[in-house]
Design a protein around this ligand. Structure first.
Ligand SMILES: [Zn+2]
Length: 83
């Protein structure tokens, strides 16, 4: 389930909870959270910081694995040249 980050709308005085980004786990089909669950101030979703959970770490891991495989292949090639 994706985790969305929300924060109080700019120009609105929020509480300690919503004046900093807070995470809400929601189904994609769920309506966006409109108000702070603590104080009721209007909040906005921080679209640029959506986390699908596995996406970033999964990508980093795949990139590392690809790099590792490439290095291994180069190493093997150099080894074979010597003989
Ligand atoms: Zn609040």
């Amino acid at each position: 389930m994706p985790i969305y980050e929300y924060r109080v709308r700019e120009g609105t005085a929020g509480c300690d909870y919503c004046s900093r980004p807070f995470e809400v786990m929601q189904r994609i089909s769920d309506p966006p959270v409109a108000t702070c669950p603590k104080c009721g101030a209007p909040v906005a979703r921080l679209i640029s910081r959506i986390s699908i959970g596995y996406s970033k770490t999964g990508f980093d891991r795949r990139a590392k694995e690809a790099g590792f495989t490439k290095l291994q292949r180069i190493g093997k090639g150099e080894y074979e040249k010597k003989y």
